[in-house]
Design a protein around this ligand. Structure first.
Ligand SMILES: Nc1ncnc2c1ncn2[C@@H]1O[C@H](COP(=O)(O)OP(=O)(O)OP(=O)(O)O)[C@@H](O)[C@H]1O
Length: 255
């Protein structure tokens, strides 16, 4: 469970990234965050695992304050939160297996990790994670030999190997074509259902958002202007979030 308690974020230059956000995300939800460019979607997502520090309020992860957590506590809370980025964030020259195993780093001592000594159990878990995204046969290829969609699925496998309870995905399909977008979103949806892993995904395309979300959070200038089940996110609601009618650019079409 993730709780935002009256959270605001003001950047050093005075820009308000988030304004008094107060909401709760329960385990197993598939939340899609939408809004115009600059509405605060990345700020929202990155505040959850404290990649961004909030200026006011507090964020709780499974009842514990990540906002107030220090050193080892922060490390432990972060271990439950997987992150998926638009540009995949893989070590491109390393093997797929190494990249997936890096999801286990938070469970071991620094010394052990310097030598890359992962226990056999971790390797088994990494392989199972690759099976879940239907890529076991790619385990020993270099990450940069894979297509963009495959690389994104490796980053999903990394979050699985991490045994994350919540996954934050910041525009995970922004660099992908419609067919690959479908594969990546289908993987996220399947993992959400099979493992009850909470998904919080920033998306640009409204039709993709509607297809996969159970709940939509709409941001506008850092404020939550809509928060409800996907069934209630009508065209009018999207126009309200965007402050103008939805246009073609915001529909992927073939996904
Ligand atoms: N490091 C920063 N310093 C100053 N202002 C920032 C910083 N990062 C983001 N902002 C500003 O905060 C606001 C919210 O940005 P954010 O990146 O969260 O929006 P977004 O909805 O994710 O947009 P996009 O879809 O373009 O990524 C914007 O006005 C942005 O310019």
């Amino acid at each position: 469970m993730i709780e935002f308690k009256n959270v605001s974020k003001v950047y050093p230059n005075g820009t308000r990234g988030l304004n008094n956000v107060d909401l709760r995300i329960d385990d197993g939800e598939f939340v899609v965050v939408v809004g115009l460019s600059g509405a605060g979607k990345s700020t929202f997502l990155r505040s959850i695992n404290r990649l961004h520090e909030v200026s006011e309020g507090e964020i709780l992860i499974n009842g514990e304050s990540i906002t107030k957590a220090g050193g080892s506590e922060l490390y432990r809370i972060r271990r439950d939160i997987g992150m998926i980025f638009q540009n995949f964030n893989l070590v491109r020259r390393s093997s797929v297996m190494r990249n997936v195993l890096s999801g286990r780093v938070g469970y071991h001592s620094t010394m052990r990790m310097i030598f890359g000594l992962f226990p056999k159990k971790d390797k088994e878990l990494a392989m199972q994670s690759l099976e879940r995204v239907n890529m076991p046969e790619k385990a020993y290829m270099r990450a940069d030999e894979l297509s963009g969609g495959q690389q994104q699925r490796v980053s999903i496998a990394r979050a699985l190997a991490q045994e994350a309870k919540q996954v934050l995905a910041d525009e995970p399909v922004a660099s992908l074509d419609p067919m690959t977008t479908k594969q990546v979103m289908d993987d996220l949806a399947r993992i959400n259902k099979e493992l009850n892993m909470t998904m919080i995904v920033n998306l640009h395309f409204i039709d993709v958002a509607r297809k996969y979300a159970t709940r939509i959070i709409g941001l506008k200038e850092g404020e939550v202007v809509f928060d409800g089940p996907v069934e209630e996110a009508t065209d009018e609601v999207f126009s309200h979030i965007y402050g103008r009618p939805v246009n073609e650019d915001e529909l992927m079409g073939e996904a």
